[in-house]
Design a binder for this molecule. Structure first.
Ligand code: HEM
Ligand SMILES: *[C@@H]1O[C@H](CO)[C@@H](O)[C@H](O)[C@H]1NC(C)=O
Ligand SMILES: *[C@@H]1O[C@H](CO)[C@@H](O)[C@H](O)[C@H]1NC(C)=O
Length: 311
C-alpha cells in the first residue's frame, strides 16, 4: 500500500514536471530571441497613435472588453462590438504588418493585442508592467462563446461570470477600474435617467446633477445614440478616480454604481478609491491574470498572418 502511494506521488510528480515541456508556458520576453524588436515596435506604434488619439486606450479596452463586446448575443455586442473592434483593430493591423516585415510569422496577434493594451495603459497614466507573452492565435475567428455580463447585471451575477473564468470578486472589482477610461453609449444607461425599472423616475442611486447632465447629452432623438464618459472626472486617465466617482453616485452604468453599493464589493471600492498605487498594482496583476485565461500555447493554434482571419 505504501509503495503504491509512493508510486502515485512519483507518477504525479513526473506528469507535473513534464507539463511545461509539452505546453510551453507564457513568459516575459518570449520574443527576446525570435524577434527582439517585437515589444519596441508595438510600443512605438501605440505611442504614435496615442499622441493623436488618447481614446486608443479605451479602443483597445482590454481583453475582457474585447471578449465582452465581440462575443455573445447581449446588448453590448450589438451596440458597440463593431466599433470597438474596428477602432482597436486598425492599430493592431498596422502593428501586425510592421511585425511581419521585421520578423515574419513570429509574433501572434493575441500577443500584439496584449502588448498594445499594456502599452496603452501605461501611456494613459496607468501602471507599467511586464507582461508574459507566447500566446498562439486561435483557429476559429472568435475566441469563445462566453456568457457575458450586461450593464444591468448585479454584482452577484457579474461575479459568477468572472468566476467561471477563474477570476475572483477582487479581480472583478479591480478590472472594472478599466471603466476609468472610455465611453458608453446612452442606450446602455438611458433607463437610469428617466424610467428606472419601470418606476417612471430616475435611478435614485445616480447623482441628480449627473442625471441632468446625461439627459442633455443623450437627448431624445431615437435615431442617434450618443456617448458619455464612463469616468466623468479624469476621462482619459487610467487611475482610481472611477472608484471615487462611483462612491459619489456618479457611476454611468448600473453595474458601476452597484459595485460601490453592494455589500460584497463596497469595501474594496473604498480601499481602491483611497489609494491610486494600490489600484495600479492590483490592476496590472489582474490584467496579467485575465490575459492568461484560455490562451493557446506551444504548438496549439497558429501565428496568424492577418489578425482578422485564420490562415
Ligand atoms: C461586469 C463586467 C463589465 C460590464 C457589464 C461592462 C460593460 C460595458 C459597457 C456596456 C460598455 C459601453 C460600450 C459602448 O457603449 O460602446 C463598456 C465600455 C468599456 N469597458 Fe466594460 N464592462 C465590463 C468589464 C470591463 C472590464 C473588465 C474592462 C477592462 C479591464 C472593461 C473596459 C471597458 C472600456 C475600456 C470601455 C470603453 C470602450 C470605449 O470607449 O470604446 N470593461 N463596458
Ligand atoms: C459607430 O461609430 C460611429 C461613429 O462614431 C457611429 O455613428 C455609429 O453609430 C457607431 N455604430 C455602432 C453600431 O455603435
Ligand atoms: C478629480 O480627480 C482629481 C485628480 O485625481 C482629484 O484630485 C479630484 O478630487 C477629483 N474631483 C472630483 C470632483 O472627484
Amino acid at each position: 500500500m505504501k509503495g503504491f502511494q509512493q508510486m502515485k506521488v512519483l507518477l504525479v510528480f513526473v506528469l507535473v514536471s513534464l507539463l511545461p515541456l509539452s505546453f510551453a508556458k507564457l513568459r516575459v520576453g518570449f520574443y527576446k530571441a525570435s524577434c527582439p524588436q517585437a515589444e519596441s515596435i508595438v510600443q512605438q506604434a501605440v505611442q504614435a497613435r496615442f499622441g493623436v488619439d488618447k481614446s486608443v486606450t479605451a479602443a483597445l479596452g482590454c481583453d475582457a472588453s474585447i471578449l465582452l463586446d465581440s462575443t455573445g448575443n447581449n446588448q453590448a455586442e450589438k451596440a458597440s462590438g463593431p466599433n470597438l473592434t474596428v477602432r482597436g483593430f486598425e492599430l493592431i493591423d498596422q502593428i501586425k504588418s510592421q511585425l511581419e516585415v521585421a520578423c515574419s510569422q513570429t509574433v501572434s496577434c493575441a500577443d500584439i493585442i496584449t502588448l498594445a493594451t499594456r502599452d496603452a495603459i501605461a501611456l494613459a497614466g496607468g501602471p507599467q508592467y511586464n507582461v508574459p507573452t507566447g500566446r498562439r492565435d486561435g483557429l476559429v475567428s472568435q475566441a469563445s462563446e462566453v456568457n457575458l455580463p450586461g450593464p444591468t447585471f448585479t454584482v452577484a451575477q457579474a461575479r459568477q461570470t468572472f468566476g467561471a473564468c477563474g477570476l475572483t470578486l477582487n479581480d472583478m472589482v479591480v478590472l472594472l477600474g478599466g471603466h476609468s477610461v472610455g465611453v458608453a453609449h446612452c442606450s446602455f444607461f438611458q433607463d437610469r435617467l428617466s424610467n428606472f425599472q419601470g418606476t417612471g423616475t430616475p435611478d435614485p442611486t445616480m447623482d441628480q446633477n449627473l442625471v441632468t447632465t446625461l439627459t442633455g447629452t443623450c437627448g431624445s432623438n431615437p435615431n442617434v445614440d450618443p456617448t458619455a464618459f464612463l469616468d466623468q472626472n479624469t476621462s482619459f486617465v487610467l487611475d482610481n478616480q472611477y472608484y471615487n466617482q462611483i462612491l459619489s453616485k456618479k457611476g454611468l452604468l448600473q453595474i458601476d454604481q452597484e459595485l460601490a453599493l453592494d455589500k460584497s464589493s463596497s469595501k474594496m471600492v473604498s480601499n481602491l478609491a483611497a489609494n491610486n498605487a494600490l489600484f495600479g498594482q492590483s490592476f496590472a496583476k489582474a490584467m496579467i491574470k485575465m490575459g492568461n485565461i484560455q490562451v493557446l500555447e506551444g504548438n496549439a493554434g497558429e501565428i496568424r498572418k492577418n489578425c482578422r482571419v485564420v490562415n
